[in-house]
Design a protein around this ligand. Structure first.
Ligand code: ADE
Ligand code: ZN
Length: 343
């Protein structure tokens, strides 16, 4: 099964740039900036990444983010992520970047855009991974930060920009608060992919659909509590970016037995599997696929379908989608072989 998963070409549609930083990368940055409250040894960093609840996770995230203070740091994160994606046979990824906190730490607006573009170009050349960008609002920072996010994206729009998102806290952050920046992004032709229903109920997902015109939902785990919402997502083909290990490690979901991914699949919701913050959750995309096999009982055909759903849900050119779908088919029933992974 591990070999099959490794051979499967994949896309990753929900991964945060800062949260993707490997333990080694974070330690290196922390040693450069020992005053930022991030531990300097592997054991301490490991303990630092044990989250007591979702709010604690966000506190830790902000501290790690505070280590990223230059364009060179941003490019290094992009290249680290690209290498990790390549190791997982991820061929295309939509990477979430949160501009406002980076700018607040002194990275110049142009510098951020150039650093991302430089990283993307090198990711393609050195790791054969195609990267695209989702720029998101940090929900707790308020309306003005939301508008500032949209304005930065519209002004700089680095090559590969495909989407606009909303992350961070959900409790006390109604999705409708960010209707205006989402409209600005929509008018500029960006795809809209807010987090919703990760730590609050299905009403947040309905709000993301109605008020933010969400085209995909980040996490969306609480959809499982509302059968009419599951039906709506299924009937309208609205994909949900599901990140099982993230949900357990942030304690958004108590354990894998309670995880709604199987229920979503059963309801016909398009599910794309993702890692969210692989560096902080000690995971990668291959591991998430294996988890679906081990804990949710998905067989090879169902895992391949998850990979196909990801490709179809991606905002990449149709030609790349066609190539990836054909490659997934080829892995499922290799030509010239009687061995097939399909049931
Ligand atoms: N930013 C990084 N990871 C996140 C998550 N799981 N939810 C909301 N915002 C995030
Ligand atoms: Zn996320």
């Amino acid at each position: 099964m591990q070999d099959f998963i490794a051979a499967l070409p994949k896309v990753e549609l929900h991964v945060h740039l800062v949260g993707s930083a490997s333990v080694d990368t974070v330690l290196e940055l922390a040693r450069r900036h020992p005053d930022r409250g991030v531990p300097l040894s592997p054991a301490e960093l490991h303990a630092f990444y044990e989250f007591t609840d979702f709010a604690h996770f966000l506190d830790v995230y902000v501290k790690v983010n505070s280590l990223v203070i230059s364009g060179a740091d941003v490019t290094a994160l992009v290249l680290g992520l690209a290498a990790d994606l390549a190791r997982n046979n991820v061929r295309y990824a939509e990477v979430t970047v949160t501009p406002v906190p980076h700018l607040a730490l002194g990275i110049e607006p142009d510098e951020l855009a150039e650093a991302l573009t430089a990283g993307r170009t090198r990711a393609r050349a050195e790791h054969r991974v195609e990267l695209a960008w989702v720029f998101d609002i940090a929900g707790s920072l308020g309306y003005k930060a939301g508008i500032a996010t949209a304005e930065w994206v519209l002004r700089h729009r680095p090559e590969g920009t495909v989407g606009f998102g909303l992350g961070g806290a959900e409790l006390g952050v109604p999705r409708e608060k960010y209707r205006d920046p989402f409209l600005l992004a929509r008018d500029a032709g960006l795809h809209l992919v807010p987090h919703a229903g990760e730590t609050t109920g299905p009403e947040t997902i309905w709000s993301a659909l109605h008020n933010l015109h969400a085209e995909r939902i980040g996490h969306g785990t609480s959809a499982a509590l509302d059968p009419s919402l599951l039906d709506h997502l299924a009937a309208n083909g609205i994909p949900v970016e599901v990140c099982p290990t993230s949900n357990i490690r942030t304690r958004a979901v108590p354990d894998l037995a309670a995880h709604p991914l199987p229920l979503m699949l059963e309801a016909g919701v398009p599910v794309t599997l993702a890692t969210d913050d692989p560096g902080m959750f000690h995971t990668d995309l291959n591991r998430e696929y294996l988890l679906c096999h081990n804990d949710f009982g998905l067989g090879p055909g169902e895992l391949a379908d998850l990979a196909r759903t990801g490709v179809r849900a991606a905002f990449c050119p149709d030609a790349l989608k066609g190539t990836l779908l054909a490659e997934i088919d080829a892995v499922c029933s290799p030509r010239g072989s009687n061995v097939t992974f399909m049931p």
